[in-house]
Design a protein. Structure first.
Length: 386
Protein backbone atom coordinates (compact mmCIF):
# COMPACT_ATOMS: atom_id res chain seq x y z
CA UNK A 1 0.00 0.00 0.00
CA UNK A 2 1.24 3.45 -0.96
CA UNK A 3 0.13 6.80 0.42
CA UNK A 4 -0.80 8.15 -3.03
CA UNK A 5 -2.13 5.00 -4.69
CA UNK A 6 -4.58 5.89 -7.43
CA UNK A 7 -3.38 9.47 -7.86
CA UNK A 8 -3.01 10.21 -11.58
CA UNK A 9 -0.32 12.75 -12.42
CA UNK A 10 0.45 14.14 -15.87
CA UNK A 11 3.89 15.76 -16.00
CA UNK A 12 4.48 18.31 -18.74
CA UNK A 13 7.63 19.78 -17.26
CA UNK A 14 11.28 19.21 -17.97
CA UNK A 15 14.68 19.51 -16.30
CA UNK A 16 14.39 19.99 -12.53
CA UNK A 17 11.54 21.83 -10.78
CA UNK A 18 8.41 20.25 -12.29
CA UNK A 19 9.93 16.78 -12.65
CA UNK A 20 11.24 16.82 -9.05
CA UNK A 21 7.72 17.53 -7.81
CA UNK A 22 6.34 14.67 -9.90
CA UNK A 23 9.15 12.37 -8.74
CA UNK A 24 8.25 13.07 -5.13
CA UNK A 25 4.61 12.15 -5.75
CA UNK A 26 5.68 9.06 -7.70
CA UNK A 27 7.85 7.87 -4.81
CA UNK A 28 4.67 7.55 -2.75
CA UNK A 29 2.56 5.69 -5.27
CA UNK A 30 1.23 8.27 -7.72
CA UNK A 31 0.98 7.05 -11.30
CA UNK A 32 3.07 9.60 -13.21
CA UNK A 33 2.95 9.89 -16.99
CA UNK A 34 5.80 12.09 -18.16
CA UNK A 35 5.35 13.83 -21.51
CA UNK A 36 8.62 14.30 -23.42
CA UNK A 37 9.40 15.85 -26.77
CA UNK A 38 9.78 13.44 -29.64
CA UNK A 39 13.30 12.53 -30.67
CA UNK A 40 15.33 14.05 -27.84
CA UNK A 41 13.16 13.96 -24.72
CA UNK A 42 13.85 15.82 -21.51
CA UNK A 43 17.22 17.63 -21.75
CA UNK A 44 18.08 16.22 -18.31
CA UNK A 45 18.78 12.92 -20.08
CA UNK A 46 22.05 14.54 -21.25
CA UNK A 47 23.02 16.50 -18.12
CA UNK A 48 26.07 15.81 -15.98
CA UNK A 49 27.70 12.36 -16.27
CA UNK A 50 26.34 9.90 -18.83
CA UNK A 51 26.38 6.12 -18.99
CA UNK A 52 25.38 4.45 -22.26
CA UNK A 53 24.35 7.88 -23.50
CA UNK A 54 21.99 8.75 -20.64
CA UNK A 55 22.58 10.73 -17.47
CA UNK A 56 22.71 8.66 -14.30
CA UNK A 57 20.83 11.59 -12.73
CA UNK A 58 17.91 10.48 -14.89
CA UNK A 59 17.57 7.37 -12.73
CA UNK A 60 16.79 9.60 -9.74
CA UNK A 61 14.62 12.26 -11.33
CA UNK A 62 12.42 9.95 -13.41
CA UNK A 63 12.05 6.80 -11.34
CA UNK A 64 8.49 5.51 -10.99
CA UNK A 65 7.40 7.38 -14.14
CA UNK A 66 6.20 6.38 -17.60
CA UNK A 67 7.49 8.15 -20.70
CA UNK A 68 5.11 9.37 -23.40
CA UNK A 69 6.55 11.23 -26.39
CA UNK A 70 4.38 13.90 -28.00
CA UNK A 71 4.74 16.98 -30.17
CA UNK A 72 2.92 19.56 -28.07
CA UNK A 73 2.99 21.99 -30.98
CA UNK A 74 0.75 19.70 -32.99
CA UNK A 75 -3.02 19.36 -32.69
CA UNK A 76 -2.59 15.63 -32.29
CA UNK A 77 -0.22 16.04 -29.36
CA UNK A 78 -2.45 18.65 -27.74
CA UNK A 79 -5.49 16.42 -28.08
CA UNK A 80 -3.59 13.59 -26.36
CA UNK A 81 -2.82 15.90 -23.45
CA UNK A 82 -6.45 16.97 -23.20
CA UNK A 83 -7.60 13.33 -23.20
CA UNK A 84 -5.23 12.41 -20.40
CA UNK A 85 -5.95 15.60 -18.44
CA UNK A 86 -9.65 14.79 -18.52
CA UNK A 87 -8.98 11.87 -16.18
CA UNK A 88 -5.89 13.16 -14.37
CA UNK A 89 -5.95 14.35 -10.79
CA UNK A 90 -2.88 16.56 -11.17
CA UNK A 91 -1.06 18.22 -14.07
CA UNK A 92 2.44 19.56 -13.42
CA UNK A 93 4.14 22.03 -15.75
CA UNK A 94 7.10 24.39 -15.62
CA UNK A 95 7.01 26.13 -18.98
CA UNK A 96 7.25 29.88 -19.41
CA UNK A 97 3.86 31.42 -18.48
CA UNK A 98 1.53 31.51 -21.45
CA UNK A 99 3.24 28.72 -23.40
CA UNK A 100 0.59 26.09 -22.62
CA UNK A 101 -2.12 28.60 -23.49
CA UNK A 102 -0.48 29.02 -26.93
CA UNK A 103 -0.83 25.25 -27.35
CA UNK A 104 -4.46 25.25 -26.18
CA UNK A 105 -3.66 23.16 -23.12
CA UNK A 106 -3.47 25.89 -20.47
CA UNK A 107 -5.35 26.04 -17.18
CA UNK A 108 -8.62 27.38 -18.58
CA UNK A 109 -8.73 24.81 -21.35
CA UNK A 110 -7.94 21.83 -19.13
CA UNK A 111 -10.09 23.01 -16.23
CA UNK A 112 -13.07 23.33 -18.54
CA UNK A 113 -12.88 19.63 -19.43
CA UNK A 114 -11.96 18.50 -15.89
CA UNK A 115 -13.32 20.85 -13.18
CA UNK A 116 -11.73 18.75 -10.42
CA UNK A 117 -8.24 19.04 -11.93
CA UNK A 118 -5.35 20.38 -9.86
CA UNK A 119 -2.58 22.07 -11.85
CA UNK A 120 0.85 22.94 -10.49
CA UNK A 121 2.50 25.74 -12.46
CA UNK A 122 6.16 26.43 -11.63
CA UNK A 123 7.98 29.32 -13.28
CA UNK A 124 10.81 31.70 -12.59
CA UNK A 125 8.71 34.67 -11.50
CA UNK A 126 5.14 33.39 -11.25
CA UNK A 127 2.15 33.63 -13.59
CA UNK A 128 1.57 37.34 -12.90
CA UNK A 129 3.60 40.51 -12.34
CA UNK A 130 5.96 42.57 -14.51
CA UNK A 131 8.61 39.81 -14.65
CA UNK A 132 6.27 36.92 -15.46
CA UNK A 133 7.35 36.70 -19.09
CA UNK A 134 11.06 36.68 -18.34
CA UNK A 135 12.78 33.31 -18.63
CA UNK A 136 13.96 32.10 -15.24
CA UNK A 137 16.20 29.31 -14.04
CA UNK A 138 16.92 28.20 -10.49
CA UNK A 139 20.14 30.18 -10.26
CA UNK A 140 18.24 33.41 -10.98
CA UNK A 141 15.57 32.50 -8.46
CA UNK A 142 18.27 31.92 -5.85
CA UNK A 143 19.75 35.33 -6.60
CA UNK A 144 16.45 37.21 -6.62
CA UNK A 145 15.26 35.37 -3.52
CA UNK A 146 18.23 36.71 -1.56
CA UNK A 147 20.26 33.53 -1.14
CA UNK A 148 23.12 34.25 -3.55
CA UNK A 149 23.90 37.58 -1.83
CA UNK A 150 24.68 35.74 1.40
CA UNK A 151 26.87 32.92 0.12
CA UNK A 152 30.66 32.85 0.17
CA UNK A 153 33.37 34.78 1.97
CA UNK A 154 33.09 38.52 2.74
CA UNK A 155 34.49 40.71 -0.01
CA UNK A 156 34.54 37.96 -2.62
CA UNK A 157 32.17 37.09 -5.46
CA UNK A 158 28.94 35.54 -4.14
CA UNK A 159 28.99 31.84 -4.95
CA UNK A 160 26.20 29.49 -5.90
CA UNK A 161 25.09 26.59 -3.78
CA UNK A 162 26.50 23.46 -5.41
CA UNK A 163 23.08 22.13 -6.46
CA UNK A 164 19.98 23.68 -8.03
CA UNK A 165 18.41 24.45 -4.68
CA UNK A 166 16.03 27.06 -6.12
CA UNK A 167 14.42 24.47 -8.38
CA UNK A 168 14.04 21.86 -5.68
CA UNK A 169 12.66 24.37 -3.17
CA UNK A 170 10.07 25.37 -5.77
CA UNK A 171 9.27 21.71 -6.39
CA UNK A 172 8.75 21.01 -2.70
CA UNK A 173 6.54 24.08 -2.31
CA UNK A 174 4.62 22.75 -5.29
CA UNK A 175 4.14 19.36 -3.65
CA UNK A 176 2.83 21.09 -0.52
CA UNK A 177 0.41 23.03 -2.69
CA UNK A 178 -0.80 19.86 -4.41
CA UNK A 179 -1.44 18.10 -1.12
CA UNK A 180 -3.34 21.12 0.23
CA UNK A 181 -5.37 21.36 -2.99
CA UNK A 182 -6.19 17.65 -2.77
CA UNK A 183 -7.48 18.22 0.77
CA UNK A 184 -9.57 21.17 -0.40
CA UNK A 185 -10.93 19.06 -3.25
CA UNK A 186 -11.85 16.29 -0.84
CA UNK A 187 -14.01 18.52 1.36
CA UNK A 188 -15.41 20.83 -1.32
CA UNK A 189 -17.24 18.54 -3.74
CA UNK A 190 -14.26 17.86 -5.97
CA UNK A 191 -13.39 21.47 -6.77
CA UNK A 192 -10.01 21.79 -8.50
CA UNK A 193 -7.61 24.72 -8.59
CA UNK A 194 -4.22 25.75 -9.90
CA UNK A 195 -1.09 26.37 -7.84
CA UNK A 196 1.23 29.20 -8.85
CA UNK A 197 4.81 28.66 -7.61
CA UNK A 198 7.64 31.08 -8.43
CA UNK A 199 11.26 30.03 -8.04
CA UNK A 200 12.34 33.29 -6.40
CA UNK A 201 9.41 33.21 -3.95
CA UNK A 202 10.25 29.67 -2.90
CA UNK A 203 13.79 30.79 -2.05
CA UNK A 204 12.61 33.98 -0.36
CA UNK A 205 10.21 31.94 1.79
CA UNK A 206 13.14 30.25 3.57
CA UNK A 207 15.23 33.38 4.13
CA UNK A 208 14.37 33.50 7.83
CA UNK A 209 14.69 36.97 9.39
CA UNK A 210 16.14 38.74 6.35
CA UNK A 211 13.17 41.03 5.68
CA UNK A 212 12.03 41.93 9.22
CA UNK A 213 15.61 42.81 10.19
CA UNK A 214 15.87 45.15 7.22
CA UNK A 215 12.45 46.65 7.92
CA UNK A 216 13.02 47.16 11.64
CA UNK A 217 16.69 48.14 11.68
CA UNK A 218 17.79 48.78 8.10
CA UNK A 219 20.13 45.82 8.57
CA UNK A 220 21.40 44.17 5.38
CA UNK A 221 22.73 40.70 6.08
CA UNK A 222 25.83 39.98 4.02
CA UNK A 223 28.29 37.19 3.37
CA UNK A 224 29.71 35.57 6.47
CA UNK A 225 31.61 32.54 5.19
CA UNK A 226 31.16 29.59 7.51
CA UNK A 227 29.73 31.56 10.43
CA UNK A 228 26.08 32.05 11.33
CA UNK A 229 25.70 35.80 11.96
CA UNK A 230 23.76 36.76 15.06
CA UNK A 231 23.88 33.26 16.53
CA UNK A 232 26.90 32.18 18.58
CA UNK A 233 28.87 30.09 18.61
CA UNK A 234 28.25 28.28 15.32
CA UNK A 235 31.10 27.93 12.87
CA UNK A 236 33.61 25.69 11.10
CA UNK A 237 36.85 25.16 13.02
CA UNK A 238 40.12 23.75 11.73
CA UNK A 239 41.58 20.70 13.43
CA UNK A 240 45.13 19.43 13.90
CA UNK A 241 44.89 17.24 10.77
CA UNK A 242 43.83 20.28 8.66
CA UNK A 243 40.25 19.01 8.38
CA UNK A 244 37.35 21.16 9.46
CA UNK A 245 34.64 20.37 11.97
CA UNK A 246 31.29 22.09 12.41
CA UNK A 247 30.29 22.93 15.97
CA UNK A 248 26.93 24.33 16.97
CA UNK A 249 27.21 25.54 20.55
CA UNK A 250 24.52 28.19 20.31
CA UNK A 251 22.02 26.73 22.77
CA UNK A 252 22.49 28.26 26.22
CA UNK A 253 23.05 24.98 28.09
CA UNK A 254 24.98 23.52 25.15
CA UNK A 255 27.29 26.53 25.21
CA UNK A 256 28.12 25.93 28.86
CA UNK A 257 28.90 22.25 28.22
CA UNK A 258 31.10 23.18 25.27
CA UNK A 259 33.10 25.77 27.17
CA UNK A 260 33.67 23.44 30.11
CA UNK A 261 34.75 20.65 27.77
CA UNK A 262 37.39 22.82 26.12
CA UNK A 263 38.66 23.99 29.50
CA UNK A 264 37.21 27.49 29.43
CA UNK A 265 35.17 27.51 32.61
CA UNK A 266 35.66 31.28 32.74
CA UNK A 267 33.65 31.66 29.55
CA UNK A 268 31.09 29.09 30.65
CA UNK A 269 30.36 30.90 33.91
CA UNK A 270 30.51 34.46 32.60
CA UNK A 271 26.99 35.89 33.17
CA UNK A 272 27.38 38.18 30.17
CA UNK A 273 27.61 35.09 27.95
CA UNK A 274 24.69 33.18 29.42
CA UNK A 275 22.42 34.01 26.49
CA UNK A 276 22.89 34.41 22.77
CA UNK A 277 22.68 38.21 22.55
CA UNK A 278 25.61 38.52 24.94
CA UNK A 279 27.64 35.87 23.14
CA UNK A 280 27.15 37.57 19.78
CA UNK A 281 28.94 40.67 21.10
CA UNK A 282 32.00 38.55 21.94
CA UNK A 283 31.75 35.95 19.20
CA UNK A 284 35.34 36.47 18.00
CA UNK A 285 36.66 35.74 21.49
CA UNK A 286 34.52 32.61 21.77
CA UNK A 287 35.44 31.37 18.28
CA UNK A 288 39.13 31.83 19.04
CA UNK A 289 38.80 29.79 22.23
CA UNK A 290 37.15 26.94 20.35
CA UNK A 291 39.68 27.16 17.50
CA UNK A 292 42.59 26.98 19.93
CA UNK A 293 41.14 23.76 21.31
CA UNK A 294 40.31 22.06 17.98
CA UNK A 295 43.77 22.81 16.58
CA UNK A 296 45.32 20.48 19.15
CA UNK A 297 43.14 17.51 18.13
CA UNK A 298 42.26 15.53 15.03
CA UNK A 299 38.81 15.96 13.55
CA UNK A 300 37.64 12.56 14.76
CA UNK A 301 38.95 13.22 18.27
CA UNK A 302 37.04 16.50 18.38
CA UNK A 303 33.86 14.74 17.28
CA UNK A 304 34.30 11.92 19.79
CA UNK A 305 35.00 14.26 22.70
CA UNK A 306 32.09 16.61 22.00
CA UNK A 307 29.73 13.68 21.45
CA UNK A 308 30.37 12.62 25.04
CA UNK A 309 28.96 15.90 26.37
CA UNK A 310 26.09 16.31 23.93
CA UNK A 311 27.41 19.18 21.84
CA UNK A 312 26.23 19.17 18.19
CA UNK A 313 29.30 18.44 16.07
CA UNK A 314 30.05 16.93 12.69
CA UNK A 315 32.35 16.79 9.73
CA UNK A 316 31.70 18.31 6.31
CA UNK A 317 30.61 15.35 4.21
CA UNK A 318 31.80 14.66 0.68
CA UNK A 319 29.80 12.17 -1.37
CA UNK A 320 32.47 9.60 -0.50
CA UNK A 321 31.76 10.21 3.19
CA UNK A 322 28.04 9.89 2.55
CA UNK A 323 28.39 6.61 0.65
CA UNK A 324 30.34 5.06 3.53
CA UNK A 325 28.37 6.45 6.46
CA UNK A 326 26.53 3.93 8.68
CA UNK A 327 23.70 6.38 9.46
CA UNK A 328 22.86 6.75 5.77
CA UNK A 329 22.99 2.98 5.40
CA UNK A 330 20.84 2.29 8.45
CA UNK A 331 18.17 4.74 7.27
CA UNK A 332 17.89 3.27 3.77
CA UNK A 333 19.19 6.41 2.09
CA UNK A 334 21.58 4.58 -0.24
CA UNK A 335 19.49 2.40 -2.55
CA UNK A 336 20.97 0.19 -5.25
CA UNK A 337 18.71 -0.11 -8.30
CA UNK A 338 18.99 -1.26 -11.89
CA UNK A 339 18.25 0.78 -14.97
CA UNK A 340 16.46 -0.67 -17.99
CA UNK A 341 19.78 -1.80 -19.47
CA UNK A 342 20.57 -3.84 -16.38
CA UNK A 343 23.23 -1.49 -15.04
CA UNK A 344 23.45 -1.20 -11.30
CA UNK A 345 23.19 2.35 -9.98
CA UNK A 346 22.94 3.73 -6.46
CA UNK A 347 20.37 6.46 -5.89
CA UNK A 348 19.15 8.44 -2.87
CA UNK A 349 16.44 6.80 -0.79
CA UNK A 350 13.02 8.27 -0.19
CA UNK A 351 12.14 11.19 2.07
CA UNK A 352 10.05 11.61 4.20
CA UNK A 353 9.65 8.26 5.94
CA UNK A 354 6.03 7.33 6.63
CA UNK A 355 5.41 4.65 9.25
CA UNK A 356 2.43 2.96 7.54
CA UNK A 357 2.82 3.85 3.86
CA UNK A 358 6.50 4.38 3.15
CA UNK A 359 7.55 5.34 -0.32
CA UNK A 360 9.43 2.97 -2.58
CA UNK A 361 11.09 2.72 -5.96
CA UNK A 362 8.72 0.58 -8.01
CA UNK A 363 10.09 1.11 -11.50
CA UNK A 364 13.36 2.38 -13.00
CA UNK A 365 13.42 5.58 -15.01
CA UNK A 366 11.91 4.97 -18.44
CA UNK A 367 13.57 4.92 -21.83
CA UNK A 368 12.47 7.72 -24.13
CA UNK A 369 8.93 7.00 -25.30
CA UNK A 370 8.92 3.59 -23.65
CA UNK A 371 5.22 3.76 -22.81
CA UNK A 372 3.93 5.82 -25.74
CA UNK A 373 2.17 2.97 -27.47
CA UNK A 374 0.37 1.61 -24.41
CA UNK A 375 -0.76 5.09 -23.39
CA UNK A 376 -1.95 6.30 -26.79
CA UNK A 377 -3.75 3.05 -27.59
CA UNK A 378 -5.83 3.33 -24.44
CA UNK A 379 -9.16 5.13 -24.68
CA UNK A 380 -8.82 6.36 -21.08
CA UNK A 381 -6.04 6.82 -18.54
CA UNK A 382 -4.06 3.59 -18.93
CA UNK A 383 -3.78 1.74 -15.63
CA UNK A 384 -0.48 0.59 -14.29
CA UNK A 385 0.10 -1.70 -11.37
CA UNK A 386 2.18 -0.42 -8.47
Amino acid sequence: MNALDGLKVLELGQLIAGPFAAKTLGDFGADVIKVESEGVGDPLRKWRLLRDGTSVWWQVQSRNKRSLTLDLRSEEGQESVRRLAKEADVVIENFKPGKLEEWNIGWEQLHSINPSLIMLRISGYGQTGPYSQKPGFGVLGEAMGGLRFLTGEPGRVPVRVGVSIGDTLAALHGVMGILMALRHKEVNDGEGQYIDVALYESVFNVMESLLPEYDAFGAIREQAGSALPGIAPSNAYQCKDQNYVLIGGNGDSIYQRLMKKIGRVDLADDPDLAQNDGRVKRVEEIDQAIQSWTQTRSRQTVIDELDTVGVPVGKIYSIEDIAEDPQYQARGMLVTTQDNAGNSVQVPGIVPKLSLTPGKIRHPAPDLGEHTEEILESTSWPTRGN
